[in-house]
Design a protein around this ligand. Sequence first.
Ligand SMILES: [Zn+2]
Length: 313
Amino acid sequence: MELRPIDSGHPITPVSRLGSTRIEPIDPSRVAAMSSEQIRALEAYNNQVLGDVEKVRGLGGLGGLGSAGPATEQKDVVEIEVVQGASRVKARMRKLGVGSYDVEVGSDKFRMTLSASLDGQAEQFARELLQEYVKIPQHMRHVLKEVRINDGPNPADKEWEKRYGIPGFSSAAAAGNGGITFFNGAKHQGRSTIAHAFVHEFGHLVGQQVEENQDTWLEWLLPRRFDSQRYPDGWEKAMKADGKAVDGGQPVVGADGKERQYSESSPAEDFAEAFQEYVKAHLQGKEALAKFQATYPYRAKILADIFSGRQKV
Ligand SMILES: [Zn+2]
């Protein structure tokens, strides 16, 4: 079975030389010696810093590979029409600078940030993103603030290989704190990662947002506020009650040589895979939803609350 790793939910990426375009992976032995609290703090920190570095790169201010990228002429505002079910949705892509765009759909807006070398493909990326974006029910779209498309790999791949027990792990994308990052120019084994992983990554953002909304004021004050749980309360219980892994069509081969579902990597991955399958069923209609419900009844209950708006996102 061909290995098809999808993503890591939250990259561990210590930035040893902030201000340059290089991001170096952490020495795995250092991570092994850390407490889970230290790892969480590092993750939160690195999500922030990785975002900042990419913003600077996207704007072309740091030179490096990006500054020599193709300078394709791009209009400042491009209108893009996207088919959403039976209707057409108009979106606008507004250029802010090299590799930096605002993408607006109705009253929702997200920033699209590209490595400068990818700037010539901005419109094509925006089209691909929008095609997936319109699959997400409107009341959840606000959780996405930024999409980053990097021309290089995820520097944290080695770490994820170890933590997920999947040899040769290569991130296609990662998500956290309102941002989704695609690696390797959003191509994975020659295919578009956007079409493949966007809804899964969006699931991570929704899971994180719901969990934060469910936190009590006391939890906001405690260090737990910085935890890396990215799924609603009760999700792990629902997983156990359903008694089976979510089949997201993404089998992977573990270190033991055995094939398993990608959703089995962690409860956060289980939630993202379930979210992706639920979005699919939601678009297909009643029959598909009923099938999801029959297969994963406890997870379906939590997802139905989120999709109906009963649970605030
Ligand atoms: Zn994931």
